[in-house]
Ligand binder design. Structure first.
Ligand SMILES: Nc1ncnc2c1ncn2[C@@H]1O[C@H](COP(=O)(O)OP(=O)(O)OP(=O)(O)O)[C@@H](O)[C@H]1O
Ligand SMILES: [Mg+2]
Length: 261
């Protein structure tokens, strides 16, 4: 279980450009939760995931993972617990290394790169075969020559090869063509189910957020303004979600006004 307790993340603190990207936000992520996160540009979605991965440290509040306070733990020290995928297929892999070397690094056999053995290769091939992209025949190929979709699928395998405590997906299909995006989403759902992973996935596709996962969270101005469970979200249409967004974002505005009065 991951508990995010009252975290606030500011950018450009103390300057005229000060921005509250995350505003006293609390969230409990249960083991096995697959949360789809939506919200307008700049609402703080990526910042929240970056606080979870440790690439950003919040100014206040705490992040507790399985009872341990990891708020100030460096990104490096929590990397083995957390898988993080981004929109850019170039992020997360070493382009001039081969697929098998990338996989070996992800599997933490890094010191043994020169000694990747047939057993390792068989294991990597078995994982890649499931993607149904013929990647298993390309183990010796440099990752840089793969297509964006192939790379995102590979990155997903790399990020989950050691079963992280949480998988963070930041619009990881947004840069792909619609058909490839659908394929990578399918692989995502299969991987999460097979490994029973806990996952937060940011998407701008409201229908995807309704269809996938067991929870839907909507962010606005650094706050969570909607948190629906599976039954609640499955009853929703995209139009319902848009209406709820308008209503809840306005309510939040009203609350802020009330606080100011
Ligand atoms: N490194 C940074 N320095 C300054 N401001 C930042 C930085 N990163 C994010 N911000 C600001 O914090 C706010 C939240 O940004 P964030 O990237 O988390 O939004 P988002 O919900 O992921 O948006 P999008 O849907 O466009 O990806 C925005 O106002 C953004 O400009
Ligand atoms: Mg973002």
């Amino acid at each position: 279980m991951i508990e995010i307790r009252n975290i606030t993340k500011l950018f450009n603190e103390g300057t005229v450009n000060e921005k509250i990207a995350i505003d006293n936000l609390s969230l409990t992520i249960n083991d096995g939760d697959f949360i789809c996160m939506i919200g307008a540009n700049g609402s703080g979605k990526s910042t929240l995931l970056n606080c979870l991965s440790g690439s950003l440290i919040p100014e206040s509040g705490n992040i507790i993972m399985d009872g341990k306070d990891i708020t100030l733990l460096s990104q490096h020290d929590r990397a083995h617990e957390i898988g993080h995928l981004f929109q850019d297929p170039l992020a997360g892999t070493a382009p001039h290394m081969t697929m098998e070397e990338n996989l070996a690094l992800a599997a933490k056999t890094g010191g043994w790169l020169a000694r990747i053995n047939d057993k390792d290769r068989a294991y990597f091939k078995e994982k890649l075969k499931k993607l149904d992209m013929d990647l298993e025949s390309k183990l010796k190929m440099e990752v840089g020559v793969l297509s964006g979709g192939m790379r995102q699928a590979l990155t997903l395998i790399m990020a989950t090869i050691n079963t992280p405590k949480i998988l963070l997906l930041d619009e990881h299909t947004a840069a792909l063509d619609p058909q490839t995006a659908e394929k990578v989403l399918e692989i995502t759902a299969e991987t999460i189910e097979e490994k029973n992973l806990t996952c937060v996935m940011i998407t701008h596709n409201m229908q995807t957020a309704i269809d996938m996962g067991n929870r839907l969270i909507m962010m606005n101005n650094g706050k969570i303004i909607l948190d629906l469970n599976k039954e609640e979200k499955e009853k929703m249409s995209v139009d319902d979600l848009r209406d709820l967004f308008r209503k809840n974002a306005e309510m939040e505005l009203d609350n802020d006004r009330m606080l100011l009065l």
